[in-house]
Design a protein. Structure first.
Length: 308
């Protein structure tokens, strides 16, 4: 019997969108993020996508030391590929956002490929009790533009150029794929191109199967055999998008950054729970989770570890 096709499962552990009062299971402290990262890797996540937070307030924290407190123990306890965000929070400058990847030299870092509206405020309806910075975080997104200009993208690429770090290119709409194609055309990025298409976030493309098919077709046309395609679905779209993408030959991303849920009205109790659900889904499709070593080979990652 032929070996099952390996599919990379990325787990995005905490992000910068959800806030602590939305779920008691969202990891906020360094210890909680590390513990959930180790569990997610053991469950089958080949890549761990990392954000840091202030352990006392739960606010996103893009300080290098905040990342060091999670990166070093995760690297010591797992073989998973560590993917450090350069997206940070939409309220941060690009200089703040890139600093952890610039200083810690991970194998992989995320890179947002275009500016966009990003609407988080609808979540206020589900959490009317929210107050303080959490409420402001959502309410202020009514007029928020997540800035990722051509200059910003070039800044991130240049800041990490000496590290051997490769990128996961986050594309929230069709135009972002064309922006990536521009940087490819000028020789700023070398293949393979790890493209993470994002579906269902207000301000970006929707999560209808036609939207997924359109982004896949466009990415294949632009990047051909150099494309390594992955996708995530926001909120309730998470597992439906994952199943559609895996069945179409792509890789998948899950995690509490993207969705707090394990099913209708049921909070996920950990990131590992969502990884297990993705693994179960892959098994039903005749696929299997890729190992970290396979993910490194598929993405042509250099064999480096995060700087101590």
């Amino acid at each position: 019997m032929a070996d099952r096709q390996p599919v990379i499962i990325t787990c995005a552990l905490t992000g910068a969108i959800h806030t602590p009062s939305m779920s008691p299971y969202l990891p906020v402290t360094s210890d909680a993020i590390v513990a959930q990262a180790v569990e997610a890797a053991a469950a089958g996540a080949a890549i761990l996508h990392l954000h840091a937070r202030d352990g006392s307030t739960g606010r996103p924290d893009q300080g290098v030391e905040a990342f060091r407190r999670i990166v070093e123990p995760i690297a010591a306890q797992t073989d998973a590929v560590l993917n450090l965000t350069t997206g940070g929070s939409p309220y941060m400058t690009v200089e703040e956002r890139v600093k952890p990847a610039q200083m810690l030299a991970p194998q992989l870092a995320s890179l947002n490929m275009g500016s966009m509206n990003i609407g988080l405020f609808p979540m206020l309806k589900r959490h009317p009790q929210m107050a303080g910075w959490e409420r402001e975080h959502l309410e202020n997104s009514r007029e928020l533009i997540f800035r990722n200009t051509f200059k910003d993208i070039a800044y991130v690429l240049d800041a990490c150029s000496a590290n051997g770090t490769r990128f996961e290119f986050e594309c929230y709409d069709t135009s972002h794929l064309y922006t990536l194609a521009y940087f490819v055309d000028i020789g700023a990025i070398e293949p393979p191109f790890f493209v993470q298409t994002v579906f269902g976030l207000l301000g970006g493309i929707g999560a209808h199967p036609d939207d997924i098919a359109h982004m896949r077709r466009t990415a294949l046309r632009l990047f051909g055999d150099d494309l390594v395609w992955s996708a995530l679905g926001a909120g309730a779209h998470q597992m439906r998008v994952a199943a559609t993408v895996a069945a179409s030959g792509g890789h998948v991303r899950v995690g509490l950054e993207d969705s707090l849920w394990a099913g209708p009205g049921q909070l996920a109790i950990s990131n590992a729970e969502q990884v297990e659900a993705a693994k179960f889904m892959l098994d039903g499709l005749g696929l299997r989770p890729a190992t970290p070593a396979e993910a490194q080979r598929i993405l042509s990652l250099t064999p480096i570890r995060v700087t101590a």
